[in-house]
Design a protein around this ligand. Sequence first.
Ligand code: NAD
Length: 257
Amino acid sequence: MSFAPLDTSASLPLADTEIASLRQRLHNARHLLVLTGAGASAESGVPTFRDAQTGYWAQFSPEEMASEAGFLAHPQRVWDWYQYRRDLVRQVMPNAGHVALAQWQARHSGRMTLVTQNVDGLHQRAGSTPVLCLHGNLMDNRWLLPPKPCCDVRFTEGDAPPQCPGCGNYLRPAVVWFGEALPHAELQQAQDAAKACDLMLVIGTSGHVYPAAGLAHIAARGGAHVVVINPEPTALDSVADRCWRLPSAQILPALLA
Ligand code: NAD
């Protein structure tokens, strides 16, 4: 995973007829690709990276908290940050945007591919299935190094972070960190859907993190109609046919009803 530079294109106004026109496109769409980012969970109370730039954790960069080098430099600090995020996610609920996506997906079996960069599990808790999770799952752990026969998650010692008592291997969150490869099968399915779709919704992502953001470029190159839903300008506005400057939990129920 890596970053791209920001494109600050001008914001576009949203008229009432826009919703009707996009609803018609949805109705006619052969295949819909949805890509979500942290903003899709903002109205549930899960901070985006930008929101997180307050309080104690703001003194650390995302790369310090979400990279193998950062973990090895400060294992307890990074582990504690993930425990904090896990506690927070346990206390929140899917919002109206998650629910609208899940209900549309259920009503239109096989016509939507839902791809998320989020690790909070809120799409799944709203009932979406399948969900292609490009960046892993916050609630799961895995071994830092390839596990040896002595590595057994049922028998660990310490909690900052837990370690294998035999070899000292650390448990770490099963999320994709900066510089790491995305899960191959999920990425391949997402890229196939980007090539095949005729409509794509890009929801709540700043569009800086690749290869996830590249899905919008693939879809646009293939002739799909690309719609960005985000209250702020994003790095993907330049490839979009429409940019709706709205919070996703506010507009998705009206769009996907
Ligand atoms: P980001 O933090 O870079 O950007 C969030 C985007 O959401 C911004 O463009 C912001 O304007 C927009 N936004 C804020 N409120 C919104 C709303 N109500 N509706 C729609 N959009 C809204 O997030 P990113 O682009 O997803 O990339 C950051 C990386 O951080 C990803 O790799 C992701 O895995 C990780 N992350 C995940 C979570 C989560 O799982 N909830 C939270 C923070 C970061």
